[in-house]
Design a protein around this ligand. Structure first.
Ligand code: TYM
Length: 324
């Protein structure tokens, strides 16, 4: 089993990234060879990411990942743009990708609404994502729910390549678990993400008082009659509580809710406390790592290890399609 996943360097690691992806990345390190990639070419499709921000963002992100428990000795941690095979394979895979499939991608439709200038790479983005994964013949891809459609497309691309040029790529499977869809506290109808503004995400390393403020400001409801279905905001608070609190605390709050006697203030306070307990070691390690890691050296070593896998795969692809 080989695991691959990627994350965009866009400044802040938020609870969606943490629960939806990174926490599972850490677990998978025990079970498989893992490659974790900072996808800087993908970040370039976002017009809000300027050159200085992009230059700095990967450094912070690598430290965040390490603080969460990603071990660059055990896993291969690297930057996408340090391995040119990604973009080369992307072009070739584009030739077995249907335009219609790309036009159906929900993320493209959403993101193109947010940007004034809709760049062509935003449209082509899922092909590069497929190349990221297939280049390493990866078969498991731990991601949040928002990436599942891209994973489906990666599988279709693999299938189409294999049927035209002979079996080469395994069909990569998404690994999606609890926490795969963390919603915004300020607007529980949308997923937690940075694009909607700072009130819509909680950064893993944000100052404690900001986290408390954002949790307290979380949208709930005016109080429901017993037995009524949970509103989306409350369901979101519960789903995060479940990820960080012991089961007896969760069931206690659930009981209070179903009886109609739950004070959301108490739920939020408990959630905040449990969350800070979960994040405390991450936040502490993040501060320690800042001064002790040579990131340039680490990235060079990571890219070297990644290319050891990528080069022969790309060479085979070039042969299969007739370029070599
Ligand atoms: P990105 O950088 O937006 O997010 C990184 C990971 O975090 C997950 N995630 C969430 N999970 C739960 N709830 C949320 N609110 C939430 N927000 C983000 C994402 O699902 C993702 O797993 N296209 C990808 C990066 C990528 C990639 C790849 C991933 C490029 N190539 C190859 C896997 C394999 C992205 O933009 O993720």
């Amino acid at each position: 089993m080989r695991v691959f996943s990627g994350i965009q360097p866009t400044g802040v690691l938020h609870l969606g990234n943490y629960f939806g992806a990174v926490r599972r990345w850490v677990e998978l390190q025990e079970q498989a060879q893992c490659l974790y990639c900072v996808v800087d070419y993908h970040a370039l499709t976002n017009e809000a990411t300027g050159p200085d921000e992009l230059r700095d963002a990967w450094r912070g992100l690598i430290l965040d990942l390490m603080a969460c428990g990603i071990d660059p000795e055990r896993s291969i941690v690297f930057r996408q743009s340090d391995v040119p095979e990604h973009t080369e394979l992307c072009w070739i895979l584009g030739c077995v990708t249907s335009f219609g499939d790309l036009a159906r991608m929900t993320q493209f439709k959403e993101k193109s609404k947010e940007q004034v200038f809709i760049n062509a790479s935003l449209f082509y983005y899922p092909v590069l994502q497929a190349a990221d994964i297939l280049l390493y013949l990866a078969d498991r891809v731990p991601v949040g729910e928002d990436q599942v459609q891209h994973l489906e497309l990666s599988r279709r691309i693999a299938r189409r390549f294999n049927s035209r040029f002979g079996e080469l790529f395994p069909e990569p499977e998404a690994v999606v678990g609890q926490g795969a869809r963390v919603m915004s506290f300020a607007d529980p109808s949308r997923k937690m993400s940075k694009s909607a503004g700072p009130e819509h995400y909680i950064g893993v390393n944000e100052p404690e008082e900001d986290i408390l403020r954002k949790v307290k400001a979380g949208v709930t409801d005016p109080g429901l009659t017993p037995g009524q279905e949970m509103s989306p905001g409350v369901a979101n608070l519960f789903s995060i509580l479940e990820l960080v609190a012991p089961p007896d605390i969760v069931s206690q709050f659930r009981e209070q809710h179903s009886e109609g006697g739950l004070l959301y203030r108490d739920l939020k306070q408990a959630l905040f406390q449990q969350l800070m307990e979960e994040l405390a070691p991450v936040r502490r390690r993040r501060a320690e790592l800042e001064s002790s890691v040579d990131l340039d050296e680490l990235m060079m070593a990571g890219a070297h290890r990644a290319r050891e896998i990528a080069e022969p795969v790309l060479a085979e692809v070039r042969t299969r399609v007739g370029l070599a």
